[in-house]
Design a protein around this ligand. Structure first.
Ligand SMILES: [Zn+2]
Ligand SMILES: [Zn+2]
Length: 413
């Protein structure tokens, strides 16, 4: 307990950048207390993180900030150290509760290379206004590294358009499996597929979701639950009871999709948190659902409004599909990240722009911590405390544009 309090306290002091002053003081406190080896080892990990990460603050002499720190330290130091004496009766059991318990993030990654792409767009093979070639070319000419055309119950075979591919642009197979559940729309995108799947009509939204997801998985594709709030086709209950997909749309560029919900319907982001809280592992994605390269008005769905930034070293089709299938990406409708890293106890982000607000979100959508950057490329850090079941981040830049990063579960180490 003492160890974890010291560590957490030191990290809170650091305000997003591991402070060598704070660490020095913690180390001093540990040495004063003759803390056990695990406590010191834990602190060393933090120190090495500070050394490894490029934007860490330069080392400062551990002196001037002493008074407020010592005050905090005194509070911490007044906590009695766990007794090392062997328990002699049942009454000694609480000592076990105080024994150091360590928690960490279930997966670790560190990415600063992203491949931007759109995984929901229509051509005139269904209800879009342009042919697939024009849709692919729009994305290629706007700097995207990949694009999928996902027409309603039509498989647009990328093999027919391979001539459009470049070293830095690839095409993904896709289809919008367009179904009805209880008379309302249930749409599941099939991604990285090589064949048609087709739709269906079902008594309930749950049955439609389950059928769509299973049929996508059966052909080796990646299932994405599209726009739950579109015509209120998929509610939270349906999502929770039906078999889960890999991805869920939390932001759609389509103006007819009420992603923010209303008084009676939760937002897509809230639904995502409900799924995560109930133990489902899904990544939230942002898409265009583009239909109109030549829009007649703003109410038509245009390309370029939302996308995903996939964690892949190169714009290689297999790498991109593999990463999408694992939820290794961040979603965006404009906010940008330079880097994202998760280590065993830290979730760190480097927003590209200054004046960016970062909220770390956990169970039920609760904001666990909030921070903002004052300069370009500044690091924001969240240290797991152990009681979270998952942590993800929501980024809002100075223009109100957003990004959403992958949820990572917190487990006992
Ligand atoms: Zn749809
Ligand atoms: Zn669509």
């Amino acid at each position: 307990m003492l160890e974890s309090r010291l560590s957490l306290w030191a990290l809170r002091l650091s305000s997003g950048v591991v402070s060598s002053t704070a660490l020095f003081l913690v180390l001093s406190a540990c040495m004063t207390l003759s803390m056990p080896v695990p406590a010191i080892a834990h602190t060393e990990v933090l120190l090495s993180a500070a050394v490894l990460l490029p934007t860490a603050a330069p080392a400062a002499p551990p002196a001037a900030t002493a008074p407020p720190v010592l005050e905090q330290q005194a509070t911490v130091l007044s906590t009695p150290a766990p007794s090392s004496a062997a328990p002699t009766s049942d009454e000694a059991e609480p000592a076990l509760v105080d024994a150091p318990r360590r928690f960490g993030f279930a997966r670790a990654f560190d990415w600063s290379t992203f491949q931007r792409g759109n995984i929901h767009a229509h051509s005139n093979e269904s209800d879009g206004d342009s042919d697939p070639r024009a849709v692919y070319l729009w994305y290629r000419s706007h700097g995207y590294k990949f694009a999928a055309v996902t027409d309603h119950n039509v498989f647009v075979d990328p093999e027919r358009y391979r001539d459009l591919e470049r070293d830095d642009f690839v095409l993904l197979g896709g289809e919008e499996v367009t179904m009805k559940g209880a008379g309302r729309p249930v749409h599941i995108n099939a991604l990285c597929t090589k064949q048609r799947i087709a739709g269906g009509t079902f008594d309930t939204a749950e049955a439609a979701i389950e059928s769509g997801v299973e049929r996508v998985l059966a052909v080796g594709g990646i299932p994405l639950v599209n726009h739950p709030n579109f015509d209120w086709g998929i509610d939270e209950h349906s999502l929770l009871t039906a078999r889960s997909a890999t991805l869920i749309e939390i932001f759609s560029g389509h103006p007819s999709v009420p992603g923010a919900g209303d008084q009676r319907h939760p937002s897509h982001e809230k639904m995502w948190d409900s799924l995560l809280t109930s133990g489902r592992d899904l990544m939230g994605v942002a898409v265009d659902d583009a239909h109109h390269l030549h829009p007649l008005n703003e109410a038509q769905s245009q390309p370029g409004r939302a996308w995903i930034e996939v964690f892949a070293a190169t714009p290689n089709r297999e790498l991109i599909c593999d990463a999408i299938g694992k939820g290794m990406m961040y979603a965006s409708n404009g906010a940008k990240l330079d880097r994202i890293a998760v280590t065993h106890d830290a979730y760190e982000l480097w927003p590209s722009a200054a004046d960016t607000v970062v909220e770390f979100v956990g169970d039920g959508g609760r904001v666990l911590a909030k921070s903002s950057t004052s300069e370009v490329g500044q690091r924001v850090t969240y240290r797991t405390e152990g009681q979270e079941t998952y942590v993800r981040a929501r980024i809002v830049d100075g223009e109100g544009k957003r990004a959403w990063t992958p949820p990572v579960r917190v487990t006992a180490l």
